[in-house]
Design a protein around this ligand. Structure first.
Ligand code: NIG
Ligand code: FE
Length: 392
């Protein structure tokens, strides 16, 4: 058995907490890791029970949090859209139509090119403290291209989402129904074995509520679990649909009616907020405070993609959520860890209670508050995944 004791932790966020402190904060703490799993977490003074052959790591009073769980990324793609970003900063508004440019670049890219790109993103995620992440397809949009994207994504994560319903590709512009048939039939057949989730971009300019319902139903019939992109660019039916389908999560949630908020609050569907999008598109930020006050479970994710949010930084999401969306630092850290885990229906990650996967981040800071307090500063000192120090 391999055992490691992380000790002299100034502030430990376990997320195994009670309502007054959902972060389950322990000061002057230690964590015992056995065989890649958290065996015990508690005050240093109680850590003497950890006897035997143990590697002791003194973290020097630093804060430790669970590894980030990024429940929403689009990391398999070719090309980039820096020119589009530049034009947007000069006043051109964001439009989902840009997705088709990335579709062209992705179709033109070879498997090895996509794989190498993805590997670089994965290294980037790990270096920033993300230890669990989801990856969507959605830039292939032919049967063969979606099949290869799903296979490449499955090489790096168990959390693969089929997003054939990202936009209607140019070659089907005059035959939307034909494209929906393709997604619900041959495309699903080709991807179902490699994906866990089915997603649909339910938005004006992408898929209508009726089309979205058909697509989610077909995915569920093939054993996939639903999640939805909704209410990003304007008010719409995405949230209603997600709740009706019992989706794990509805993502974006920028434009919400009172009914949307009430429906989310009465459901088990997580509202995943993606502030990198609003930061990069100059749209208004979603109102996290309103959702939290209504009792909705909120997650934060990066939505890393070349169009609307080309950043994989969960610390940046936390800083934006605190600065722009009314979240407390504790709420934002919880949302970026335990919230992401809820949005992926995972109970083995996102917390550091006994039995959790020993995925954790040592911050080069005394408290988690510093993630928002020191925006843009690389505060990830060390990352452990399955109990092993990464990069060593
Ligand atoms: O989540 N909303 C749809 N899809 C992505 C944007 C993709 C792109 O612009 O390439 C998103 O923001
Ligand atoms: Fe997205």
């Amino acid at each position: 058995m391999t055992a490691t004791l992380l000790t002299n932790i100034g502030e430990l966020t376990t997320n195994a907490g009670a309502p007054g402190d959902p972060c389950g904060t322990i000061r002057d703490a230690a964590v015992l890791i056995e065989d890649g799993v958290v065996a015990w977490a508690g005050p240093v003074v109680e850590a003497s029970r950890a006897g035997g052959d143990i590697e002791v790591v003194d973290v020097g009073g630093r804060a430790v949090i669970p590894g980030f769980v990024d429940s929403h990324t689009h990391l398999v793609f070719g090309g980039d859209r820096a020119d589009e970003f530049e034009a947007r900063m000069a006043g051109t508004p964001y439009a989902a139509g840009g997705i088709r440019r990335t579709v062209d670049a992705t179709r033109a890219a070879g498997d090895d090119e996509l794989r190498a790109r993805l590997a670089a993103f994965v290294a980037e995620l790990h270096a920033q403290g993300t230890t669990t992440f989801e990856v969507k397809t959605g830039y292939g949009l032919t049967v063969d291209d979606e099949a290869r994207l799903v296979r490449i994504a499955a090489e790096v994560t168990d959390e693969v989402t089929f997003l054939g319903a990202h936009v209607v590709p140019a070659e089907y512009a005059d035959d939307r129904a034909g494209y929906v048939d393709l997604v619900c039939g041959p495309m699903l057949d080709a991807v179902a074995a490699h994906a866990r989730w089915i997603d649909v971009f339910c938005e004006r300019g992408a898929f209508t509520p009726a089309e979205s319902e058909r697509i989610l139903t077909a995915g569920i019939d093939r054993g996939l679990q639903p999640r939805v992109h909704g209410n990003q660019l304007g008010h719409g039916e995405g949230v209603r649909l997600a709740v009706e389908f019992g989706a794990a999560s509805v993502d974006h949630c920028t434009y919400l009616s009172e009914d949307d908020v009430a429906a989310l609050a009465a459901s088990s569907t997580v509202a995943t907020l993606l502030p990198g999008v609003e930061f990069s598109t100059r749209q208004p930020y979603p109102d996290a405070r309103r959702l939290l006050d209504a009792g909705v479970t909120v997650a934060l994710a990066s939505d890393c993609n070349p169009g609307s949010s080309f950043t994989s930084s969960m610390p940046l999401m936390i800083a934006l959520a605190v600065r722009e969306m009314g979240m407390t630092p504790a709420e934002a850290v919880w949302a970026a860890t335990a919230g992401g885990a809820r949005a992926l229906h995972r109970d083995d990650v996102g917390h550091l209670g006994p039995g959790a996967r020993a995925d954790l981040v040592v911050l080069d800071a005394p408290t988690r508050v510093h993630l928002a307090y020191r925006p843009g500063v690389p505060l990830v000192d060390a990352v452990y995944r399955d109990g092993a120090l990464m990069g060593s």
